[in-house]
Design a binder for this molecule. Structure first.
Ligand code: SAM
Length: 265
């Protein structure tokens, strides 16, 4: 188990470029087969948004880090996407991509793949443009505060997305449940929450940073969502194949959860 101070200290050394290299280039980001982890994540999101049920004015992405892949299917269904992260270096990396600046990470293979699996024949440049237009705010956040943005989001978000954040910033399962409840405060009653996260992981690397992670099993995810007041709609999981166990973390698998905040009585 880690302490909150160890976690904060670890994130001071987080290198966004190293994190992107470890997780969003081959072998993990290999689009030749759905057996690889990145296409699996993108398919979970594409299929869930394809139902058309999750839509509205604002979607908030909690702990976006330096990545935008998680927003590619979402951006068709919301007028505004709000990205968030604790670290200024990650918010700056996102800003560089949003402004189309030279040196930004190349997400085009991800965008092309999502257009392919969505199957509407949309040119990938149109989706890229749409996400850039809709990604209007990139805000600081701390999920350990009951008000993670420092003030309530007005109006609250219609949907919430969070990928690989809460378990990677929580010292233990109790803190993971509290963080889930805190981010739930950003969501309107009836709003949808989509979570991607690590199963059985105790650490990951991002350059000089070695970040502790609270190891979760599927049953922990179910129990945490219930304890934080969410109704679970769907839970899927993926087992990390040996070829993708590259030493950049000790993850066993990935979960995808679709949950909903109940309507107030
Ligand atoms: N969402 C990205 C992805 O899918 O790859 C990044 C996930 S990364 C494993 C975890 C993120 O949590 C980092 O970007 C980190 O800066 C952020 N983070 C660290 N402490 C946090 C906190 N207290 N509140 C919110 N986010 C935090």
């Amino acid at each position: 188990m880690s302490s909150p101070a160890e976690l904060r200290e670890g994130y001071e050394h987080f290198d966004p470029r190293a994190y992107l290299r470890n997780n969003y280039l081959p072998p993990r980001a290999d689009f030749s087969s759905e057996e690889f982890v990145v296409p699996w994540k993108l398919r979970c999101l594409a299929e869930t948004f394809a139902s058309g049920e999750i839509r509205g004015r604002t979607l908030i992405d909690v702990g976006s880090g330096p990545t935008i892949y998680q927003l590619l299917s979402a951006c068709d269904h919301f007028e505004e996407i709000v990205a968030t992260d604790y670290l200024a270096v990650n918010r700056e990396e996102l800003g560089r991509w949003a402004r189309g600046e030279p040196g930004a990470f190349d997400w085009s293979p991800f965008i092309q793949h999502v257009c392919k699996i969505e199957g509407r024949g949309e040119p990938w440049q149109d989706k890229e443009r749409r996400l850039r237009e809709r990604l209007r705010r990139i805000l600081p956040i701390d999920v350990h505060r009951p008000e993670p943005l420092g003030a309530p989001l007005r109006p609250p978000a219609d949907a919430l997305l969070s990928a690989f954040c809460l378990e990677a910033v929580s010292p233990d399962r109790a803190a993971f449940v509290r963080a889930l409840a805190h981010v739930g405060n950003l969501l309107r009653p009836g709003g949808h929450a989509l979570l991607l996260g690590a199963l059985g992981e105790s650490f990951y690397l991002a350059g000089p940073a070695r970040l502790p992670v609270v190891p979760l099993e599927e049953s922990d995810v179910r129990e945490a969502l219930a304890a934080a007041g969410f109704a679970l709609r769907e839970l899927r999981s993926y087992a990390m194949p040996p070829a993708l166990r590259t030493g950049v973390d000790d993850v066993d698998g990935v979960f995808f959860a679709h949950a909903q905040k109940p309507l107030e009585a």
